[in-house]
Design a protein around this ligand. Structure first.
Ligand SMILES: [Zn+2]
Length: 113
């Protein structure tokens, strides 16, 4: 399961960070997930819940910010949101699109008690 391994590596990072800062409990974790990653926020929430049970992260809220796929047309320089990978430029209908976002999988912030 895609989301499970993502969740586990995310928790690893958070645990490391908490240890470094001497933090014992986490209140809230905010992450940014690009649509290109094909990660389901619902599954991520579920995995987070399961994986944090009986850990210092238990009960922490996971906020997921979804980042749309956006790209720039290489023909007319129009910048726009893509619905999928095969979108055309809305201005010139060109197909030469350079993707500039949508691959994000970042921890944005951690709030501690
Ligand atoms: Zn264009």
């Amino acid at each position: 399961m895609h989301e499970m391994s993502i969740t586990l590596s995310m928790i690893d990072i958070v645990n490391d960070e908490m240890r470094k800062r001497g933090v014992e409990r986490l209140e809230r974790l905010k992450i940014r997930v690009g649509k290109l990653t094909a990660v389901e926020p619902q599954s991520l929430l579920f995995c987070f819940d399961v994986c944090t049970r009986d850990t210092p992260l238990e009960g922490a809220r996971l906020d997921i910010e979804e980042v749309p796929i956006s790209g720039t047309c290489m023909d007319c320089n129009e910048e726009f949101h893509l619905e999928g990978l095969l979108s055309l430029c809305p201005r010139c209908e060109g197909g030469r699109i350079e993707k500039i976002s949508g691959n994000e999988l970042d921890i944005v912030s951690m709030e501690v008690v």
